[in-house]
Structure formats: structure tokens, C-alpha cells
Write a new protein. Structure first.
Lengths: 552, 552
């Protein structure tokens, strides 16, 4: 039996186009002799469909596209496994389903049993859980079919069980020749290797071959890396699809053909950084295009964050579609303008210089009566950032070009950013990238686009340039100190005393950083959607109250 | 037996202060002879605690405050029923619990069985469900204890069951003398009457008296109305607490004392409008204060939305704490400035006039090279709104005053608002108020604050005044037509064809409005938190993808 793992990039809600794409791909796999072509979780509707699932028309459209797919694939020799949003049950909730299509018929259906409801996942909001697994008998083989989380509760692999049942174990008990898992499993650092290691252990434990087919592509904050694979019953990798690109690979369970080298299970730090870079390129491209834009604008300060964002955007959209805008103000250095222009020239993009000094003076005059007798403070600093944001948005409105924000995760965490200023934009490209990781990504960027991030940008100390001789380190600890604290507080959810002890820092210093994180929740709730690349990004997967008093 | 229904206003995460407040109130109820004092759901930690629940320190602090509460209330004759966040179980999820404290001991605990996971509720994300109900034997009575949703699955009341079990029915089957429900049930239009009617039916069906104790106060987007009550075993109202204010009422099950008139079960439209007004005042006051602010700023255009927001803010915070800011621009009319000043004078608040013309001209000049040869369009209109937003934020930064945004729900739905412009602010006071409801609220406002909203504001056609002679009706259908369409699309989740048929409108017109709603999701995801007063507000309870293509 020949199985095609068909890892496609879907647009949420574009049911007809997604189904067309599935059909096209099924025909190609058929030509390559596939007996079974497997598509990802919720392939017909894309993932995550969110509240679209609560509307009857959306669910009905899923079912009718599924029927069309069955009809229009009837002449193919390959059978299809596809994911779709099923009808609402008595509770009013839909089911997250897969269907097997063969010779024009819908021959098997299975609902997802384990519904992830944590971090970025809200499946209990949308779906009712399936009640039991069943084996699909297909051309003399017994196939176990699971959907994503169904395979993530192996009690020999996890210290703690989230759920009381293990659908994989139940299927193995029923006796199967092959386990298939269709997924919409988003990327974050290290996830590819982890996922593969988990499935290898599962295959070896149950002595059965396993194929996982994952979505690929960006949908709002989530980036699906693809990275589909198949392992044999001893847990050896036998087939592997690309990461961060569509791909279809064929695999014959039982064949001893070698897969490309198995690098993810021992991912190097350098490989991880490359993957983050690729993820951001894909996430940027898909967000811009799936929103119906082709062009993007980046405000270029001459600092590393905006240079990195510019390089990523240019790789994602092409140099003809990106415009960099330098907006020098009263405290901008000449070097910053030179550095910004350096990136633009290296990337071959349009570059505009629009100074904000006259607008700043107009505002000073306009506010003078109200501000009389008061010393300059954060108000004047933020004003400069907001005049820049307003400039970018005017260009965006005039040229139908999406503004990309350039803030990193460290800044967003502690609120070292101006709401309605440098936070203006449709997508926050590196808002889940800690500053120290931004430097590593800059090296990847420069390998691929020499000169994209000038050496002087990497050498100078970070500064917002909103008052004379300002440096980030005036207000914050060095990023090498800050980032590990933020990682433990935001990603690991540790308390300030635990972090102080683990890292050997004074409690008061850690507590002050924790307070900054908590106090700035209001800014993050109005931030542009940001691409997720860590295990815990700000955004849909992290939900804290604004008006709250708990000190962690 | 004398039961005190203690409806308090808690701050999320302020566990020690909340517990102090519970203790103080228990002592007062004790002095009034209460045998049992009942507090709302999650009273120790406030509702909704969101991701705070996922941190071990938060759960531990709940338990230690609960133990302190038991110790420090040991000398009271009254027993206490309180809600708290319980410890994490094997799955890693906490429990939404209640505890009964008597004579210094924690004598009974019960976990919530039904976990709402829809609209604004994410309880399956945070909590594991309790497995069974038990009867609490207290001083010779059998008391059934339930937590909010536990009492919302009566299959004789609802057409559809969300859950397979009905804890109230199970308790009734075990035989109880009294049912207690502790709630954090947020307000929306008509909710008070609905809730009461449901509990009356339940009490009458099972022939048992029922007491419901609800939280009161605003927490971010949610406003809890309080409105606690007790009904006897025939379903007759016997005790009732205030709406939108803290209150403690005592009730003796079995006593035939009459309650204040039962108005909610047949709420009039006028009464509902009063309630929305009260809800917005409470929500504004609590958000501003619980965020640590005392002062607020409102940009006053001379239109009804900003006038209404100003009146609400002044009632919430006091005239000394509110500043109105008029920011006339190139297309502002003289009448608008007069109207804005009229509201400010009627309300007795500080009023600033800061024109944006010189800043606008500076921007025109700064953008002239980039905009050369291009006609004025939305870019110049939005620019004016953004210069106003930037002005307000400068004042906010300088005077530590929270900006209140003034946009209504109709505008936010169709995107008739400027992101980073009039959408700037910490709280969107009327963002869940459709424009037609804003006119009704203006009448309530004027009854309470004569002249607060000048007659000319009510009479003139709505305009954003961002280009010469602009009217809202140039771009949108009249609000009397628009609002019912939006209600069906946003609140009822109907499709465009269903709405066109129900209201007798051309499909293409409804579809265009639906498209505007969908296309502007990106703005709403960066909007300030808005106070929820309808059954479906934009914000935490409505989650649609931005980059998506489904046409409803």
C-alpha cells in the first residue's frame, strides 16, 4: 500500500478553494500510484476556524464540500482521508471530524475524542468530543484514524495525563496495521523534534507504523510547520515532508526505504534559529496575502528589530512589495538613518524618508497651554512614536499597504513600546521573538541576505532614541539578564520568588520585572496579532485580566 | 433559619482584600442574626480570573485565604458559603469550588459540575468538572449547593440541553430543604428578568425554596449586576437585592414576607434602558478604579456618543475627575464645539479646547512628496482622527488620566471608526451600545443630568466631520435600518440570506453590511476592552479569525 502524506496550506473559511486544492492534490497523488492520500485536520475549512464553527451555514458548507469532494474524486483509485467540521449535535456543538472517501462514497467517519482546551486551543468551546474509536477496514488493512490531540495522551510518554483515555492505546488494543494522525499542530521552537520523538516512541511501544500529516501555513497568529512524517513499527523515521512549505510525500508501510536524515529529534540550537526565521517568513507571507494585501510598510528606526522585520518581510513578499520608511525626529541620530538606508539598499526595496520634526513642533505648540510649567516626560517620548505611527498609517491608507510592526517580545512584555505608536500595524512579525533571539535571527538573515542587517546595527547598544542619549539599558536590565527572567515568567509561568531562586537574582529585581509585565497587559490586549514561535506567546494563548491585583 | 445573601464587589486577584471584605460582611450579617451568609462564585479571587488560575501560586493563595477566612470567622454564629479556586487535579486543571465554613472549620466542599465554555466563558480551559453533587446537612436542614451554570440545564426550561446532567434535579432527587446557587452571572439586556424567571420555574418544579447570590461590579469587559434573590417553593419572589450595587439582604425560607415588587420578570423596555445606563456607570467606575486610576479623559466631538460617554464617566467618577477635550479640525463645525462645551458645562467638568489644524497642516506638508498627485481619500480623514487620538494620549501620559473611547457598537461593527484614532483609549464605554440604543440612553442621561446631552446633539444628523458636509448616512444605511441587521448578524449569528428574508431587505444590501463586519475584524482585535451589555459583544466572547474568507 502506498500512502501519500499531503501537507497543504489552507485559508480559513475558504472552503471551496480548499476543497479544490485537495482535489487537485488527490489527482496528483493518484497519478503517483497512491492507494490512500491523507490530508490534515480540518483541511476543508482550515484551522483554527474559531467562532465560524458556531454558525450553521459554515457547518453545512463543510458537509456539502465534503460531498462534492467525494463525488469529484469518485474516479480516482486513491482513497482520501480529510478533516472537516461536522454537524452540530444535541448540545449545539459541532464535531471535529475526519472522513474517508473511496470510489465516490463517504465510507468512514470519526470524531476527535480529545479536545485541547489550553494555550491557543479552545476546542471545548467549539466541539463535542467523539465517544469511541473504530478501526477502518481498507483494502485488507486495519487502519486506526486519529485527529491531532487524540495521539497526545500516551501515559508512558507524558508525566501527567490531561485526559482519562488514550485513543491510540484503544486502537492498538483493537489491532491495527497502521495508525494515521491528521493534525493542525502549530509550530514553536523545538516542536518538530518533540513531535517526532513522541510519535516514534508511540510507534515503537505499540509496534505499529504511524503517519502524521500536519497543516502548513500561517493563519493569523499561528504558523503550522507541516513537517509531516511516517515512522515504522520500530520507531524509525521512514518518510518526511518539508517544513514551512507545501509538500506531498509517498510512503509504503513495511518498506525499508530510508528517509532523509532525521535531524529534528536532535535539533541543534542553530537549526532551531533557522526554523524560527522560516516560520516568520511563512507567517508574514500568509497573513499579508490571506488578508488580501500584496504590499507592506515597515517603519525603519535603524535598529535591529526593524531591520530584521524588513528582511523577513522582503523575503516573504518580494522586494517590489515592501517599502521601508525612516522617520527621523528630534533625537534621531544620523547613524540610524544611514543604517536604515543600508538595510533598504541591501534588500532592494523602496525607501522613504519622512521627518516628523515639523509635526512634533506643531504638537508642542498645540499642547503648550495644557502642559505649561510641566517638565518633559513620557508624554513627549510617546508623542514621537505616535507621530511615526500616524505617518505609517497615512501611507498605509493611501497605498493599501499593510503596516508591519517591529517590536520584539522583550519590549512587549515589559511595556517598553508605545501603544498607538510603534505598536501601530496589522501584523507584529517578531512580537514573540525575545531580543536575544532577534540577534541570533539577524545572523540567519545576513547569511541569506548579505548586508541586510548592517554590522553597525548589531554593534550599537539598543536605543529608542526618544530623548537625548537614551539607551534601553537606562530603564531595563541588559537583555541577556531580562530574557531568561521573562521566559520563566511568561512561558513557564513561574512566580517571582521561584525565578529569583532559580536564576540567582535579587527578588526585588525580578519582582519589578514581573510587575512591569502585569502592568502592561492593557497594551498587549490592543496589540496587533503576533506570529507565535515560542511555547507561550502573548495573544490568543495567554489570557490575563487587565484590572487585577494578584502578585505572582 | 435566616440566610443573608451577600452580594459584594470583588477585584480579580486581590485575594487578601476580597477575603477581608467577606469577613467584614460576615460579621455584619452575624450581627443581624444570620445563620448562613452566602457569598458569590469565586468570591475569594473575583471573576473571571482567567489564566491566573493556571499558576500554582494563585491556587495556593486561594486555599490559604480560605483557611484564614475559616479561622477568623470561627467565633461567628453564622456559617459562610464562599466560592474559591481549588487546587489542581491530576489533569493539571483546578476546580471551581465552594466551601462551607462553620465554627472555624471547612465543613463541606463542592466543585462546579457544569463548566460554561461559550461566549465570554472559558471554564473548560481552567477547570475540571466536579463529578457529583452531595447534600450539605446544616443545623437540621438539607441544603443543596450549586455554582452558577450548575443550575442552567433544566430540561423543562430549555429547548436544548448543553449538558447531559442536571445537578439541580439530582439534588432535588436526594431531597433538600433549600437550594443555594452562588453565581458570577454577567449582565446583559434582559438578563435579570430571564434569570429570575428561570429560577422561579425551577423552584416551582421541584417545590423547594431557592436563593441565588450573584457578584456585582465590573471586571474588564464584564459587568455583574448583582440582583441576587430568593424565591419560595411555589416560585414566588421573597427577597431581592439591588442591581449594580453591593447589597446584603436577609431572608427566612418559609417566611411569607413579601419582597419588593417583582419588576424584572416583566422588564419594560424603559426599565431595560435604565439598567444599561446603570451597568455602564458601574463598569466604567470599576474599570478605572480597579486599574488604579482616578481620572478620565474624553474626546468630545459634539456628537451624541462622546456626550453620552462624558455623562456616564462623570456619574461614575465625579465631575472633578473627568476632563472633556474638544479638538476642532479643518471640517469641524462651530456648532459641534458649542455642543461639546454645553455637555461639559452641564456636567461641571474641566473642558479643554486643543485644535489640531496646525498639526494637520504639518502632516500635509510632511506627506506631500509621498502623496504627490493623489486625491484626498480615507488617508486624510483618518489622519484627523489620529491627530486627535495622539492629542488625548499625550494628555493621558502627562496627567495619568485614562482615555475613554466613545465609539458605539454600530460603528465598531462596520468599521466606521479609525484605528489608532478615535479608537485610542483604555476603555470603550459604549462599544456594545448600538447607535439607536445610544439615543435611548441619552434620554436616561438627560433625566438624571438635565442638559447633559443638548437637544441640538439629539436633533442633528450624525457626522464624523472628517470631510466637508460629511454625514454617516453617506456611507451607511440609516441606523434604524442598520442596527436590526447588525443585531441579527452579530448577536443572533444569522446569515445574510436569513437576515434579508426576515427583515425584507435586498440581499445585496445585507451582504454588503455583513462583508463590512467581517472585513473590520482586524480593527476590533486591537480595540480597547468594551463594556458588555448585549448578549453578544465584540471582545472576549466573540472570536473570529482575521484572515478568513467564509461568506455568511
Amino acid at each position: 500500500m502506498r500512502v501519500a502524506l499531503a501537507q497543504l496550506n489552507f485559508t480559513v473559511g475558504d472552503l471551496e478553494a480548499n476543497t479544490d486544492r485537495i482535489l487537485q492534490c488527490a489527482r496528483e497523488a493518484n497519478d503517483q500510484g497512491a492507494d490512500l492520500t491523507v490530508f490534515p485536520e480540518l483541511s476543508i475549512c482550515g484551522y483554527p476556524p474559531l467562532d465560524l464553527v458556531t454558525t450553521a451555514g459554515f457547518r453545512d458548507a463543510n458537509e456539502s464540500q465534503l460531498r462534492r469532494l467525494a463525488r469529484e474524486s469518485a474516479s480516482l483509485d486513491t482513497a482520501l482521508v480529510v478533516g472537516y467540521c461536522g454537524e452540530a449535535g444535541e448540545s449545539g456543538k459541532a464535531a471535529n471530524c475526519l472522513a474517508c472517501l473511496d470510489q465516490g462514497g463517504i465510507v468512514f467517519r470519526q470524531s476527535k475524542l480529545l479536545l485541547p482546551t489550553y494555550d491557543v486551543f479552545d476546542e471545548a468551546r467549539y466541539f463535542r468530543a467523539g465517544e469511541q474509536t473504530a478501526v477502518w477496514e481498507f483494502r485488507g488493512r486495519r487502519i486506526g484514524l486519529t485527529i491531532c490531540e487524540d495521539a497526545w495522551n500516551d501515559k508512558q510518554f507524558w508525566e501527567r495525563s490531561r485526559y482519562s483515555t488514550d485513543p491510540v492505546e484503544e486502537l492498538a488494543r483493537q489491532g491495527i496495521d497502521l495508525l494515521v494522525n491528521i493534525s493542525a499542530s502549530p509550530y514553536h521552537v523545538g516542536r518538530r523534534g518533540f513531535r517526532l520523538a513522541m510519535f516514534k516512541a508511540m510507534a515503537a511501544r505499540h509496534h505499529m507504523p504511524v503517519a502524521l500529516v500536519n497543516q502548513v501555513g500561517g493563519n493569523d497568529q499561528l504558523i503550522f510547520d507541516g513537517s509531516s512524517f511516517a515512522v515504522d513499527g520500530s520507531g524509525t523515521l521512514r518518510a518526511r515532508a518539508l517544513s514551512f512549505a507545501e509538500d506531498v510525500v509517498c510512503w509504503e508501510p513495511g518498506s525499508a526505504r530510508q528517509a532523509p536524515q532525521d535531524t529534528w529529534s536532535e535539533e541543534s540550537a542553530a537549526g532551531d534559529t533557522d526554523a524560527v526565521y522560516d516560520a516568520l517568513v511563512l507567517g508574514t507571507r500568509d497573513y499579508v496575502r490571506k488578508c488580501g494585501f500584496s504590499k507592506a510598510l515597515v517603519g525603519m528606526s535603524g535598529g535591529i528589530d526593524s531591520a530584521l522585520t524588513t528582511v523577513i518581510a522582503t523575503e516573504a513578499l518580494g522586494p517590489g512589495n515592501v517599502t521601508g520608511v525612516a522617520m527621523p525626529g528630534p533625537y534621531s541620530s544620523e547613524g540610524s538613518l544611514i543604517d536604515a538606508r543600508g538595510t533598504a539598499e541591501a534588500m532592494g526595496i523602496q525607501f522613504l524618508t519622512i521627518g516628523i520634526n515639523s509635526a512634533y513642533r506643531a504638537f508642542e505648540a498645540q499642547l503648550a497651554p495644557a502642559f505649561k510649567g510641566l517638565a518633559p516626560n513620557i508624554a513627549e517620548e510617546n508623542l514621537q512614536a505616535r507621530l511615526r505611527g500616524t505617518t505609517l498609517m497615512a501611507l498605509s491608507n493611501k497605498f493599501q499597504s499593510l503596516v508591519l510592526t517591529t517590536g520584539n517580545k522583550s519590549e512587549l512584555a515589559v511595556g517598553y513600546c508605545t501603544i498607538y505608536g510603534d505598536m501601530c500595524g496589522g501584523l507584529a512579525v517578531i512580537s514573540d521573538v525575545p531580543k536575544t533571539l532577534a540577534y541570533k535571527l539577524a545572523r540567519v538573515a545576513n547569511e541569506r541576505h548579505p548586508g541586510g542587517i548592517p554590522q553597525s546595527v548589531l554593534d550599537k547598544p539598543p536605543s529608542a532614541e526618544l530623548r537625548p542619549d537614551q539607551k534601553d539599558s537606562d530603564s531595563l536590565p541588559p537583555y541577556e539578564v531580562l530574557d531568561p527572567i521573562l521566559r520563566l515568567y511568561v512561558e513557564e509561568c513561574l512566580s517571582a520568588p521561584e525565578i529569583a531562586e532559580r536564576l540567582g537574582h535579587p527578588l526585588e529585581m525580578v519582582r519589578e520585572i514581573a510587575r512591569m509585565v502585569d502592568r502592561n497587559e492593557y497594551k498587549r490586549q490592543q496589540a496587533a496579532p503576533g506570529l507565535r514561535v515560542t511555547s507561550k506567546a502573548f495573544g490568543m494563548g495567554r489570557r490575563f485580566p487587565i484590572a487585577q491585583r494578584h502578585v505572582r
